[in-house]
Design a binder for this molecule. Sequence first.
Ligand code: PRP
Ligand code: ZN
Length: 299
Amino acid sequence: MSATKKFRIAMQKKGRLSIDTTDLFKSCGLKINSREDRLISHVENMDIDLLRVRDDDIPGLVMDHVVDWGIVGQDVLEEIGMERQQDGLPTDYTLVRKLDFGGCRLSLAIPVEQEWKGVESLNGLKIATTYPNLTKRYLDSMGVSFKVVHLTGSVEVAPRAGLADAICDLVSSGATLDANGLKEVQVVYRSQAVLIQRNQELFPEKKLIADTLVNRIDGMMQAHGSKYIMLHAPKDKVEEITALLPGAESPTLLTLEGNPNHVAMHVVSTETLFWETMEKLKALGASSILVLPIEKMLK
Ligand code: PRP
Ligand code: ZN
């Protein structure tokens, strides 16, 4: 089988999304033969290759049909889409899933010692960014004109280096801003990771891989939000107790040896249980309440 017949997925090599993306693949059962520094990692137990690249390159790889799938932030996807449109390049793709990680924001930031006097104060100033289109769209909407300093990396050092007055960059934990003496002053765009697919029918073998992975990803995402709850309940309170548990359709009821007035209830709840709910359960007579995380789920 030629290399191009392999299902190819582009992921971020190093940065905000790389660890979560790798974890997602691992929890989907992919055995990744990886040396972090390699461009391509082979998956040992499925016909998949992972391409580790800069996140900014991922939308283009999908839109140019070089890879079948990409996992990338919505911010990067939209920015690169606008850029490619201006260059007359293809911009189409299919959104497969929004993923439950990679939450971050594109924000304006200025040196900590400067007083922030609002977005208008940026009028006519230089702003360094990797995201000139998203930045411009926002500042245009605010009626602010600025000079863009387009950098593809190390944006956070631009103010200190005298290249710009402010930056517009992605903030996840805020550590990068802190380390560079900058403060976040205005959110421009909120983003999360998405799974995208190239627009073109997949070969049947590839389609099978895609369908299998999507099912497993759905199973992971559902499981993340869900809890397995076990408790002992008075028989006559089962209905009231079920009503308190979010998303618990039909609980499993088990008899308790030597305790005819109580049953054991096992329930999959779509949300975690807050202490308040647990206290209400207890007030209804429930006891031995256990809340367990669920690793995987297949409906
Ligand atoms: C982004 C951004 C910052 C960092 C912010 O980089 O450019 O460097 O994340 O994260 P923090 O708030 O948690 O410190 P990205 O992951 O896009 O990597 P890249 O700049 O190499 O593309
Ligand atoms: Zn990036």
